[in-house]
Design a protein around this ligand. Structure first.
Ligand code: URA
Length: 220
């Protein structure tokens, strides 16, 4: 749905100034080893937001999430449902690259999570697709792993708004496991339905021309 111009401008400015503030974040040890904070990128008015795990080498270098191999797959999956990066917003649970791409530590997630919550609050997406275990566990608030919950949408409240969460396998995991890739593609294919954008255009009814007014003979 189109967002009024003023709302869009205000949102984009708020997101940009929040990004500026976060670029100097030193809340956890990851600040020491990063090249830069990888805040997030895409459409600030997106109905669909993706949340991954943490920046890797290329993301840390370029300052943009999902620019490596996993990102290429994500773009391919998006194209499969008629979308591109510019249509969605992409962020991570953790905004700075963990050394050697190790898993984020619980205290790092805790230090960083309010950045993600603020992003969700500003963007107000309709659907948040969590990619992999870290994003799924954080945003569902439950310990259930991605293998159990992938493809199962659930409502929650995030940033003061009702949002549908949609857990998906992480594209990086699917890169090397064909069966996982197939499941990811199948789960992805349901996104248009969850967004309510899968409606087949309704045929335009061809209205018959209005009948000529019948001449009243004044019989009554
Ligand atoms: N790139 C990201 O930005 N996040 C991930 O979770 C994986 C790769």
């Amino acid at each position: 749905m189109a967002v009024p111009v003023q709302v869009a401008e205000q949102r984009s400015q708020q997101l940009a100034s929040y990004e500026q503030a976060v670029s100097a974040c030193t809340r956890c040890r990851l600040a020491e080893g990063r090249t830069q904070v990888v805040f997030g990128s895409g459409n600030p008015d997106a109905e669909l937001m993706f949340v991954g795990e943490a920046p890797g080498f290329h993301e840390d270098q370029q300052g943009v999430p999902f620019v490596g191999q996993a990102g290429k797959l994500l773009e391919k999956l998006l194209a499969g449902i008629g979308l591109e990066r510019a249509d969605v917003y992409i962020a991570n649970v953790i905004k700075c690259r963990p050394p050697g791409n190790r898993d984020p530590q619980p205290d790092e997630i805790e230090a960083c999570e309010s950045h993600l919550f603020r992003q969700i609050e500003l963007i107000q997406p309709q659907l948040v697709a969590t990619l992999g275990n870290f994003a799924t566990k954080l945003l569902t608030g439950k310990p259930l792993g991605i293998t159990r919950v992938h493809g199962q949408e659930q409502w929650t409240t995030l940033g003061g708004n009702r949002v549908q969460l949609y857990p998906l396998y992480h594209p990086a995991a699917a890169l090397y496991t064909p069966r996982m890739l197939q499941v990811l593609e199948e789960d992805f294919a349901r996104i248009p339905q969850l967004l309510g954008t899968d409606d087949v255009p309704k045929p335009v009814l061809q209205l018959a021309p209005a009948p000529e007014p019948t001449v009243q003979l004044g019989l009554f």
